[in-house]
Design a protein around this ligand. Sequence first.
Ligand SMILES: NC(=O)c1ccc[n+]([C@@H]2O[C@H](COP(=O)([O-])OP(=O)(O)OC[C@H]3O[C@@H](n4cnc5c(N)ncnc54)[C@H](OP(=O)(O)O)[C@@H]3O)[C@@H](O)[C@H]2O)c1
Length: 318
Amino acid sequence: MNETHSDNHTDNHGATHTDNHGATHSSTRKESVTVLGLGRMGSALAGAFLDAGHPTTVFNRSPGKADPLVARGARRAATVAEAVAASGLVVVCVLDYDAVRGLLEPVAAELRGRTLVNLTSGSPEQARAEAEWAAGHGIGYLDGGIMTTPPGIGDSANMILYAGGPELQAAHRPALSALGDPVDLGPDAGLASLYDAGLLGLMWSVFGGWLHATALVGADGVPAKEFTAVSVRWLRTVSWFLTMYADQIDAGEYPGDDATIDIQVAGIGHLLHAGEERGIDGRLPRLHLELMKEAVAAGHGGDSYARIVEAFRGKRSA
Ligand SMILES: NC(=O)c1ccc[n+]([C@@H]2O[C@H](COP(=O)([O-])OP(=O)(O)OC[C@H]3O[C@@H](n4cnc5c(N)ncnc54)[C@H](OP(=O)(O)O)[C@@H]3O)[C@@H](O)[C@H]2O)c1
């Protein structure tokens, strides 16, 4: 590595301070970072590093995309090798893992001893293979999952998931905090991609339920904005249900102390009826009803809704 890093501070807004003798105080010095890939997300990542005062080197296959970042103070690297050589922390965010390997394979030797943070989306299997490749070349490797869109980068309210190296995540935490709240998922490099896939599934399910309900109440003239204010409050209560049901799932027991599947079958009947009266597409609630009916048919109507996890596990509710 051709430079030292000061990772023992968490302030992302401080500036580098130089004393009267020209010495830089390491307690406030920002870690140098390199960002490879300057699409929508890579540009946002590099911009957040710049905003937080990190010396930032950038590279993109199509060089023009670096221009706005260079105008904000980034250093342009002409080649991937030059970009990698500039920093101990190298962040890559391109289309897919094939593009990552295409960029990095030729510079494996230059990456040795550095930390590579791969924020490109992919599968857990691809992430584990990339971690193995990195380990084989003496490269520190963190696989990440970005749980926001480019405008949300730099906001600590949003999570960036990291897997594959808790010690690397801790060492680079001050720099990584410039992008969002770093969440460490432990040493298995596949877990950031696995969480990411699951969390996107959760998002689509929530989107689906909210859009179906918005269409339903909209049929009676309720504006989406008005209904959404109530929906967001309801999601907080639903989050409380999830937390309670998670304990049941881990215990493998689903006591219907709060509400049973039987009572929810009745409830979803009201939703289906209201939808039919208004000409609303009922595919989504019918899927939920199908899962509930399977559990009831297997004798679990008195259990809590958390029992449905068994259907997703493929064991059926028998
Ligand atoms: N956008 C989001 O909201 C979001 C959220 C979470 C995660 N992500 C993930 O972030 C990654 C980038 O997404 P994005 O939105 O930034 O996409 P994008 O705007 O389409 O940018 C794609 C980037 O990949 C580069 N690229 C594509 N193929 C390449 C190759 N063969 N070799 C080298 N570079 C290549 C492009 O370079 P050129 O400019 O030269 O084409 C560009 O820098 C994806 O894995 C995506 O799933 C995105």
